[in-house]
Design a protein around this ligand. Structure first.
Ligand SMILES: [Zn+2]
Length: 356
């Protein structure tokens, strides 16, 4: 569909054609949104790859961005090959259905309340900032973007970068050096309200470091050690989809798994045959009810946030055998299966290993 015609580039270049396209798109848009807002069903996403944040009936409840005129919020999936959807306050407030997307950036730090079905990747996409910008600005998420809880608030910066609290003895230069940017980047960033000639910082003051980067934090990896008996079943080396649903979060550097959204109770099957080395109803570091299957060939698969577990530790399972049900236990914002494939404990992208 021609949704991409509504990008700002087109609006600048070919005004008349774009205006016509915009009207068409807006008509389509107005027809589409009520379906999402009802919270029913998922967008018909391809089985691999595309995010499904609207599929969970999410709505952005970000407060108005700045004083004065209302602004629109652009939600873009262009990076992922998906549709571009334009939404925001403007649609409700303006008489004209045609929305011109402002080129100027959002001008304040906002807080966002996590809704059912949200995930960090989709939120980053929604706000047009990097996923790490969200992780860095929200201490509790660092090292694990899956630690998102419904109802908690997140700090969302207007641009990608780091939100830094000034400590004793720090200067613009030292902060710039720490996050590998130029001092000018900090001083000239409007929201920091710094004197361009004599920037002074107070202890406790918050500054935005546009383009700043924090060093990666090693993630804690938990591998239960289990001696696998000789007679245990081994994998075939070919994996099948562990459940039916919509991919709500793909594999990326901060989320080395895929999330498959599906109703609570949807069967979860062993992706390959193997031996259950872990099956626990506990909290499990936020994984909730978790099963780990060792396939005897270096591979292990993880099935997390389950609502029920139908196998026990020490049991052999066949490929495709039902082992549990989709749930939302542990740290989870909605029913989904968090599925990992590890090879000698190195996370592999399940999408590359799963058969179609
Ligand atoms: Zn996940």
């Amino acid at each position: 569909m021609g949704c991409s015609a509504l990008s700002s580039k087109h609006l600048c270049g070919q005004a008349i054609a774009a205006l016509a396209a915009a009207i068409v798109v807006m008509i389509l848009f107005l027809g589409v949104i009520p379906a999402h807002a009802s919270g029913k069903g998922n967008v018909g996403l391809p089985p691999q790859g595309i995010l499904g944040i609207f599929g969970n009936g999410n709505e952005c409840t970000v407060p108005p961005f700045s004083s004065g005129s209302p602004q629109s919020l652009e939600l873009s999936w262009e990076d992922h090959g998906g549709p571009t959807i334009v939404s925001g306050n403007v649609l409700q407030r303006q008489a004209s259905p045609i929305t011109i997307i402002p080129d100027r950036p959002r001008l304040r730090v906002i807080t966002y309340t996590v809704k059912p079905g949200d995930n960090v990747f989709a939120l980053a996409d929604k706000f047009g900032i990097s996923v790490y910008t969200i992780l860095w600005a929200n201490e509790k998420l660092q090292g694990n973007p899956d630690l998102l809880r419904v109802g908690e608030t997140l700090t969302i910066l207007p641009v990608s970068g780091v939100y830094h609290t000034v400590k004793k003895g720090e200067t613009v230069e030292s902060i710039a050096k720490k996050y590998k940017v130029s001092p000018e980047a900090i001083v000239s960033f409007e929201l920091n309200h710094l004197d361009k000639d004599h920037p002074t910082l107070k202890v406790g003051q918050k500054v935005i470091v546009p383009g700043g980067k924090k060093p990666p934090r090693p993630q804690i990896v938990h591998i239960p050690y289990v001696k696998i008996p000789k007679g245990a079943r081994r994998g075939t080396g070919r994996f099948i989809w562990p459940t039916n649903g919509v991919i709500t979060q793909r594999f990326w550097s901060g989320h080395k798994a895929i999330d498959i959204g599906a109703p609570v109770g949807t069967p979860v099957v062993a992706s390959d045959s193997g031996y259950v080395v872990f099956a626990s109803n506990g909290w499990n570091w936020g994984y909730g009810k978790l099963i780990i299957v060792d396939h005897g060939n270096g591979y292990r698969t993880y099935y997390a946030h389950l609502s029920s577990i139908l196998v026990r530790k020490g049991e052999s399972v066949g490929k495709g055998q039902r082992i549990g049900s989709v749930g939302t236990t542990g740290h989870s914002t909605g029913p989904h299966l968090h599925f990992e494939i590890r090879y000698h404990n190195i996370h592999k992208n399940p999408l590359l290993l799963l058969g179609r």
